[in-house]
Design a protein around this ligand. Structure first.
Ligand code: FAD
Length: 256
């Protein structure tokens, strides 16, 4: 993709952006960690985000080897296995139900006694014969053998007792953090911090677009990110062309 863009004249700069500030003259000042700032007529933010981690022993060691943060992406690798889903929000409950397409059983482990997820989703999961629940419990350690997850060490919070859960995989849904802190101006966002955009991917800040995982939407996949970015790029190009045409000095024909 990068080579393709370069072929068509894109300039690729590898640097960390520290802030994007809209100026009074309409340009956006893009500050980098090192080096001179850039000034752009339009900016498309595609800074993605990252799943919130449990930060327990074993999580990093077994990432991609039984520890996953994406059911759609990795569920099919766990056919016939017993899985654990960690979390109590919509994503956790929805993904637990989704994972029963592949798993023999899914145990939802949640640190509270009740769920934050919509009751309808919880009810659907309860009715699913392959989903069960371990409430008031936290994961203390992810253990494995031969490079794969095999067991979770849990703690039952009210009693403080330790428990073990044998699983072939653990799917962690305790939040996703969009990288939306770069834009200095206020841009409208949803309760979880994702940018709200119009159909052209423009945020509420004129000339600043958002595409992919930073944007509030139903799905966060490579295909949707690429689609968003295509729309944003075409819309931003149109915006810049129109602004330049409007600003260009008019040439009036003088009759003989
Ligand atoms: C574990 C996991 C597995 C997944 N598997 C699949 C899958 O199989 N299929 C699928 O379709 N989707 C999958 N996804 C989802 C998919 O990866 C994302 O939806 C997609 O990559 C989003 O693209 P993006 O460009 O918005 O963000 P990203 O791909 O996250 O790209 C963001 C980029 O911005 C850069 N960046 C961030 N902050 C700054 C900064 N301040 N300055 C400069 N650069 C910055 C980052 O370094 C990164 O390169 C998976 C996600 C995860 C977490």
């Amino acid at each position: 993709m990068a080579d393709h863009a370069l072929t068509f004249g894109a300039e690729l700069v590898t640097a960390r952006v520290t802030s994007i500030t809209p100026q009074l003259d309409g340009l956006k000042r893009i500050e980098l960690e090192e080096g001179e700032p850039y000034f752009a007529e339009a900016v498309i933010i595609t800074a993605g985000g990252h799943p919130r981690k449990l930060e327990v022993p074993g999580e990093e060691e077994f990432a991609g080897r039984g520890v996953s943060y994406c059911a759609v992406c990795d569920g099919a690798f766990f056919k016939g296995q017993h899985l654990a889903v960690i979390g109590g929000g919509d994503a956790a409950i929805e993904e637990a139900t989704f994972l029963t397409r592949y798993a023999s059983a899914v145990t939802v482990v949640h640190r509270r006694g009740e769920f934050r997820a919509q009751p309808l989703l919880v009810e659907r999961a309860r009715q699913n014969g392959r989903v069960d629940f371990l409430l008031d419990r936290v994961v203390e350690e992810i253990q494995g053998a031969a490079g794969r997850v095999t067991r979770l060490q849990l703690r039952h919070l009210p009693s403080g007792q330790h428990e073990e859960l044998e699983v072939g995989g653990i799917f962690i849904f305790v939040g996703f953090l969009p990288n939306t802190g770069l834009l200095a101006a206020h841009a409208d966002h949803d309760a979880e911090g994702y940018y709200l955009t119009d159909a052209n991917m423009m945020t509420s800040v004129p000339g600043v677009y958002a595409a992919g995982d930073v944007r509030a939407q139903l799905t966060r996949q490579v295909t949707t990110a690429v689609g968003d970015a295509t729309t944003a790029a075409l819309a931003a190009t149109k915006q810049v062309e129109e602004e330049r045409a409007a600003a260009a000095p008019r040439v009036s024909a003088v009759g003989a």
